[in-house]
Design a protein around this ligand. Structure first.
Ligand code: AQP
Length: 344
């Protein structure tokens, strides 16, 4: 399959506080991939309501994610940008795949365990079945590649298992209808680069996350240069200077994280960064990181602000994207219904 036949799909939840982890782990890759692939980028609002959301804030967060995609450089004319709830086939295929996935598979999902916490009985059913809806998001478009952060690796593996089981369970029907042996392709996760798991600036053992109560744990995409500088300067580190080799970062999670962030923002690698900064104090390194982060993020945040000031434009982009997404989704869903044996 050549690259133009490969289809990229990925999504970001509109749950507020978009941060540097979302940017480096996902959105930067979205921008790169649009040069070589057909891409579909989705604001996954159905996923967002697996935990409570205030309707007015949800509407604004949906626009914020769309603005982040476009502000970072995604071209919504050449590629598809839309919000998930406008294409009903996501929920429809999600149901079919709920009936393909096994409870035992979902029981192993670590993100559910982390997000549900101790009060598991009180978590929504949607939070539990989140991974099958995510499988539906990807398979609905027969996507071949999925750029995500490292935290989504397990969900991607489940999507691959679901695709395989659907292909096996309905093999006869798929063949009889002339779809060959493989109905759903196996989606490949794209989890690459020095910042696939950006950690909290306050605790190198915790992922940088939208829901962290401390705003100092993350750099938000909407932060001012002053806020970025303050957060980087206050980021937790250790007393030793930076090592000259990557091996020297082991057991130094906070140092490792800042070096990874620098490498990703500068388009280089951790060894390159340590070649330049090995032996430096953190205060010198942090000043360089502030300059780099401000230079990279300020154009994105000012473009996001400009776009968010025009909600009518963003809504139109999402509506237009949804109608193009729906055309693909509807055709594939008709085929799924035929394969499963529904009348239409
Ligand atoms: N810390 C991270 N480092 C690298 N990539 C990350 N992603 C999220 N956090 C990091 C990637 O960003 C994309 C969108 O994530 P999401 O919004 O769909 O969901 P999430 O992983 O649940 O994001 P958060 O920020 O961690 O939110 P909460 O606090 O609600 O759990 C995905 O590709 C994800 O891998």
């Amino acid at each position: 399959m050549n690259q133009s036949e490969q289809r990229v799909f990925s999504g970001v939840q509109p749950t507020g506080n978009l941060h540097l982890g979302n940017y480096l782990g996902a959105i930067v890759k979205f921008v790169e991939l649009q040069e070589t692939h057909n891409c579909i980028y989705c604001v996954v609002d159905l996923h967002a309501i697996t935990v409570p959301q205030k309707p007015e804030e949800l509407r604004s967060s949906i626009r914020e994610v769309a603005a982040a995609f476009i502000g970072a450089g995604v071209d919504p004319c050449k590629h598809i940008v839309f919000n998930q709830s406008q294409v009903a086939e996501h929920a429809e295929l999600g149901w079919v795949l709920n009936c393909v996935a096994r409870i035992g598979w979902l029981n192993r999902m670590t993100q559910f365990k982390e997000k549900a916490g101790k009060d598991r009985e009180n978590a929504s059913v949607g939070l539990y079945t989140y991974p099958t809806l995510m499988a539906a998001d990807i398979l609905l478009y027969k996507a071949t590649h999925v750029p995500v952060g490292d935290d989504q690796k397990q969900h991607l593996e489940l999507a691959r298992d679901v695709a395989q089981k659907f292909n096996n369970d309905f093999a006869q029907s798929i063949a009889a209808l002339g779809y060959g042996e493989v109905f759903f392709p196996q989606p490949e996760p794209l989890i690459q680069g020095p910042a696939t798991r950006v950690m909290s600036l306050r605790d190198g053992a915790k992922k940088m996350s939208k829901s962290d109560p401390s705003d100092y744990s993350r750099i938000n995409l909407t932060d001012t240069p002053e806020a970025i500088a303050q957060k980087v300067r206050k980021a937790k580190t250790d007393p030793e200077p930076l090592p000259s080799e990557v091996d020297g970062l082991s057991g130094r999670a906070e140092a490792d994280n800042l070096v990874g962030i620098y490498a990703a923002l500068s388009g280089s690698t951790k060894p390159d960064v340590l070649r330049d900064f090995g032996g430096s104090t953190f205060s010198r390194f942090k000043e360089a990181l502030v300059q780099l982060a401000v230079a990279r993020l300020t154009p994105v945040s000012s473009e996001m602000r400009r776009l968010q000031a025009d909600p009518g434009y963003l809504d139109q982009v999402l509506r237009d994207g949804a109608s193009r997404a729906r055309a693909i989704a509807a055709e594939n869903m008709v085929a799924v219904k035929d394969v499963v044996g529904f009348l239409r």
